[in-house]
Design a protein around this ligand. Structure first.
Ligand code: WQD
Length: 338
């Protein structure tokens, strides 16, 4: 079975490519390298001893996508490609609407024209907005608090309409909580451009001396220690969720939606302390004001994915921090490290 992975050189995609190859799937991938490197593709090929059929292509380039579909016999698509910086999306919303929405429409048009109607879509827990209670189940009300989140929500709505009009599509919408960690080998991991926006990549840069201190965004939330609580999930567990979703599509399930999280919430201080354990040193931090748009608490109820996919996150917070640290110490400057 041949799977096309869009945004195939990125963080979650690279770990998913590795699991797909290990599970015996053929992988075709494309990326425009806007926030990724060809090196992740090479490393996955080295780790698995298998080849990825790779194209340097933009999601908006319909001709190039058509060319890939005509050369490769694609059975299903895992759609990761998209911009994902919340702050930037508030400053340049059109860029997000164009890339994420037009890009996805282009992909769906090409898929339809080749009769490929099996899709796994990378959605996000951001579609729950600020949930009234936790844990969050898939039937909670949906809303968006920023343009990035709105693109995820709009794509979900698009997919639900497409499925309503044509039930021969099989679509798995996966709502990720907070992916962190890296492959055990330390050879692939998260490599954001510039100063990281997200907590764990930021901590990793402080631990390796690239940045001088952690900024904790608010310690006056209504949470046990006052800092924000999130459901951090190991990227390898998340990737294995995609393998289960691809298996599910083979049963012709129609449109299905799953939370991919652990069901456990950790605070910012919990993460800092666990990372300190992993790297064996104290990490300096300061308390800053709350970051606009942040919510106090969210974590998943992942029981639907267990029941219907037979998937459950197995890797705990210690492993998430240890694996991040291994990758960060081996390659302090990510794929650009010598
Ligand atoms: C986690 C916690 C911060 C940075 C975002 C997007 C979401 C999804 C994943 C993906 C919060 C605190 C953070 C820092 C801090 N998108 N924090 N200092 O905000 O839960 O989710 O990324 O593509 O849509 O919104 O993740 O890692 O940024 O923050 O104190 O330097 O850490 O306030 O409580 P978030 P995060």
């Amino acid at each position: 079975m041949k799977i096309l992975v869009t945004g195939g050189a990125g963080y979650i995609a690279s770990h998913t490519n590795l699991e797909l190859l290990n599970a015996g799937y053929d992988v075709v991938a494309f990326d425009n390298f806007s926030n990724s490197s060809i090196e992740s593709i090479h490393r996955v090929e080295r780790l698995t001893g298998k080849k990825i059929s790779f194209y340097e292509t933009d999601l908006l380039d319909k001709e190039a996508l058509t060319d890939i579909f005509s050369k490769e016999n694609i059975d299903a698509v895992i759609h990761f490609a998209g911009l994902k910086a919340v702050g930037e999306s508030c400053e340049i919303p059109l860029k997000y609407f164009k890339n994420n929405l037009s890009g996805t429409i282009t992909l769906l048009e090409v898929m339809e024209s080749f009769g490929v109607k099996n899709l796994v879509f990378s959605s996000s827990a951001t579609v729950y907005g600020d949930p009234e209670t936790v844990p969050v189940t898939e039937d909670f009300p949906l809303s968006a608090t920023n343009p990035y989140g709105r693109t995820k929500l709009m794509i979900e709505e698009m997919l639900r309409d497409i499925y309503k009009a044509d039930s021969s599509w099989n679509i798995a919408i996966l709502r990720y909580f907070n992916p962190i960690g890296a492959h055990e080998s330390g050879e692939i991991g998260e490599d954001p451009n510039g100063i990281p926006n997200n907590l764990v990549p930021y901590i990793a840069k402080v631990a390796s001396g690239v940045l001088d201190k952690i900024h904790v965004f608010g310690n006056d939330y209504d949470t046990p220690d006052g800092t924000g609580v999130r459901d951090y999930i190991h990227v390898v567990d998340l990737s294995l969720g995609h393998i289960k979703a691809i298996e599910k599509l083979q049963e012709n399930p129609g449109l299905v939606t799953y939370n991919l999280g652990t069901g456990v919430g950790y605070s910012v201080f919990d993460i800092i302390h666990n990372y300190e354990k992993a790297c064996g040193k104290k990490l300096p931090y300061v308390i800053d004001p709350r970051r606009p748009g942040d919510i106090a608490v969210t974590y998943a109820d992942p029981s639907k994915a267990l029941k219907e996919l037979g998937w459950k996150a197995e890797r705990g917070i210690d492993k998430m921090c240890e694996d991040t640290y291994r990758w960060q110490s081996k390659y302090p400057n990510g794929y650009k490290s010598k």
